[in-house]
Design a protein around this ligand. Structure first.
Ligand code: SAM
Ligand code: SF4
Length: 383
């Protein structure tokens, strides 16, 4: 395990997107090219970083993740400024994984070299689909060929590439998904994040499905697509180190994600960003103000958070169980004992007997049968 006590990760949220996708309920806004507003946000993120460094005291930088929204639309100079300041405030011990989420358009591919020069060393590409009809359905602003071109450019600029794909789309078949996934693997990604399409109620897709305009695949079809995902990726040498994250070997795993899932501290910077900090010995959950102007004003007055809460030991343990069971590492039995869950009786014993959880070397891990129904397993375990 890592030295959680001292290691600190950074999550930076850049909320702008060229177009808002109909399935997405992240904290995003249309990019209207407001240069001064964006420069103001970049400056506020730096000030927030400085201010939170005073709270955390000296720490060792573990990783940085630029997420969004669309951070590939961020000025490379602004990305470099965050990276440089973070390295100065929190001197790292060695190589630091610095990931940035990128949309695969021609325009953004033109910035990949500058982003690599800024210090980004891992690109997470939101390809979503390799089929033009599916991309149109998903409301994406790029074609499959444009994505292929962007991947080729990215491969020259970065050693480490990850791909996000969305499956369980209406009318998707096991055969077409297998072909798409196989093509993605042939492109040379070391890391794949296949997400099952989730219909979020507050999105355009949520409203369309509620009105009966179309229906997502039924449970059996979604389960078959999930099984296909596991089989194809496993067959190609990718291990599912988390429910939706597959790496080609241990070195391809995202150290940032692992740090978060293992309960490490991370700063949340930017509008709506969540953070987890140990302050005066207490695990504290932070949420930054959601609106851009509100966040910038909050940073200026020393109040960037709309909410921060000291997690009591039980809530902190529950969170570690929720995250840990999503990963191959699972969670320590001692952690579950904090929550009065024992292997002999009650829900933990039942879930083990039913084959959804298993115990190895003092840790509880979800089985292949438990993983696809993990939300239900966690409810049964914790409620
Ligand atoms: C917050 S997005 C940022 C990435 C980047 N803006 C993009 O769209 O390529 C991170 C990933 O979440 C996934 N995602 C977002 N909403 C989803 C949904 N409703 N169902 C499944 N996956 C979703 C997409 O695969 C996306 O790449
Ligand atoms: S999926 Fe990505 S590009 Fe689309 S709205 Fe969400 S964050 Fe923006």
């Amino acid at each position: 395990m890592t030295d959680h006590g001292n290691a600190l990760a950074l999550y930076v949220h850049w909320p702008y997107c060229a177009r808002i996708c109909p399935y997405c309920d992240f904290n995003v806004v249309r990019d209207r090219g407001r240069v001064a507003e964006q420069a103001g946000l970049a400056a506020a993120i730096l000030s927030d970083l400085e201010a939170q460094a005073v709270l955390t005291g000296p720490r060792r930088l573990a990783s940085i993740f630029f997420g969004g929204g669309t951070p590939s639309l961020m000025e490379p100079a602004a990305v470099a400024a965050v990276i440089d300041r973070a390295r100065t405030l929190f001197p790292p011990a060695g190589e630091v994984e610095i990931t940035l989420e990128a949309n695969p358009t021609d325009a953004e591919a033109g910035r990949f070299n500058a982003l690599a020069e800024a210090g980004v060393n891992r690109l997470s590409m939101g390809v979503q689909a390799l089929d033009d009809a599916a991309l149109a359905f998903l409301g994406r602003n790029h074609s499959a060929d444009e994505a292929r071109r962007a991947v080729a450019v990215a491969a020259r600029a970065f050693d480490r590439l990850s791909i996000d794909l969305i499956y369980a789309r209406p009318d998707q078949t096991v055969a077409s998904w297998t072909a798409e996934l196989t093509e993605a693997l042939d492109m040379g990604f070391e890391h794949v994040s296949p997400y099952q399409l989730t219909i979020e109620p507050t999105t355009a897709f949520g409203r369309a499905v509620a009105r009966g305009l179309w229906t997502p695949p039924d449970e059996d079809t979604a389960a078959a697509l999930y099984e296909t995902t596991q089989a194809v990726l496993e067959g190609a040498g990718f291990d599912a180190y988390e429910v939706s994250n597959h790496g080609r070997g241990v070195a391809a795993r995202s150290t940032h994600n692992l740090h978060v899932w293992r309960g490490g501290d991370y700063l949340g910077l930017g509008p709506g960003a969540h953070g987890r900090l140990t302050l005066a010995g207490a695990r504290t959950a932070t949420v930054a103000r959601r609106g851009i102007a509100d966040y910038v004003a909050g940073v200026a007055t020393g109040q960037p958070w709309s909410d921060h809460e000291i997690l009591d030991p039980r809530s902190a343990a529950e969170e570690r169980v929720l995250l840990g069971l999503r990963t191959v590492e699972g969670v320590a039995l001692t952690e579950l004992a904090t929550l009065d869950r024992s292997m002999e009786t009650g829900p933990l014993a039942g879930l083990i007997a039913d084959g959804f959880l298993t115990v190895a070397a003092g840790r509880v891990v979800a089985t292949p049968a438990g993983r696809p129904v993990l939300d239900g397993v966690l409810r049964a375990l914790l409620v």
